[in-house]
Design a protein around this ligand. Structure first.
Ligand code: ZN
Length: 294
């Protein structure tokens, strides 16, 4: 049978297929092949009843995240605060680059709008990123946020991420109150004072699936090559058609369209500054990374 892993817990994989949930275990050969089944995986399994199945095969993945461990992610909602912690273009660009690299569609959610006296900063950020083509959600009204986000959920598997203190869990619980209920139920069955077992689950929300565990909060670029970075800034990709050199890195090359657009104010200076800084970071880290792999 074919299905999708929706939950992984204590060595069991819960597969959704034919409108039912099947509890399965992975066959030993998975460990030999060094493949760990992930929530979000499309799989082939066999089972004669709902509780004693065997997971046989994992279909090729579109992408995978480590934190939370989810495969085949379509949308990443970046929850980033405007204040406390202070808004950082640099941090937002790090998230965006990471999602672009995994071919996950980013959605920017600006939190803590209510703690600022006006919308000036939010509008500035919105202008910068909508121009690039990103969806920016900046609203104090949770119903409005829900409407905007639920439209996106329908497209597939969504994971929330963002820096600590940005309010990812709070937002998730407000958006999908069933989540809070689910967490509460688990806590009760395990008894008070015990921590809930760490697991990830994909929950059906608004026609799509949402991971109930918020994702990574800090980011490094070990996986990304310096030469790859320019492909992860969509506005650079568009401009680069007019760069003199086809393989232009938009750094020291003459007649670079990206640099021209930055000078003309068509590409945000903050984006270009972050690009340069990320390149430096990647190049500094590379020797260390290689050493570790030896
Ligand atoms: Zn260029």
């Amino acid at each position: 049978m074919k299905g999708q892993i929706r939950k992984a817990l204590s060595g069991f994989y819960y597969i959704e297929a034919e409108g039912q949930t099947w509890q399965t275990r992975a066959r030993g050969n998975f460990r030999n092949r060094k493949i760990t089944p992930l929530v979000g995986d499309q799989v082939i399994f066999e089972s004669s009843n709902l509780t004693d199945g065997y997971l046989l095969e994992i279909q090729p993945r579109k992408n995978e995240l480590v934190r939370p461990p989810v495969a085949n992610v379509d949308i990443g909602v970046i929850v980033i605060s405007l204040i406390e912690p202070a808004f950082s273009y640099n941090l937002l660009d790090r998230f965006l680059v990471t999602l672009e690299d995994k071919e996950i569609e980013p959605v920017i959610y600006l939190s803590k709008l209510d703690l600022l006296p006006d919308n000036q900063l939010a509008e500035e950020i919105r202008t910068t990123y909508e121009q690039i083509g990103y969806t920016v959600i900046a609203t104090q009204d949770i119903d409005d946020a829900r409407r905007q986000l639920f439209r996106l959920f329908a497209e597939g598997v969504t994971v929330f991420m963002g820096q600590s203190g940005a309010g990812k869990s709070t937002l998730l619980n407000k958006l999908v109150p069933e989540l809070e209920l689910a967490t509460g139920e688990i806590s009760e069955s395990l008894g008070r004072g015990k921590h809930t077992t760490r697991h990830v689950e994909l929950l059906p929300v608004a026609g799509g699936l949402v991971a109930d565990t918020p994702g990574f909060s800090s980011i490094d670029f070990l996986e990304i090559e310096a030469g790859q970075l320019r492909h992860l800034f969509p506005e650079f990709v568009r401009a680069s058609v007019h760069c003199k050199f086809r393989e232009c890195m938009h750094l020291k090359e003459p007649e670079c369209e990206v640099k021209r657009q930055v000078a003309a104010g068509e590409i945000a200076e903050s984006r270009y500054a972050d690009y340069q800084q990320f390149i430096e970071e990647i190049e500094k880290r590379r020797p260390v990374y290689r050493k570790k792999n030896k």
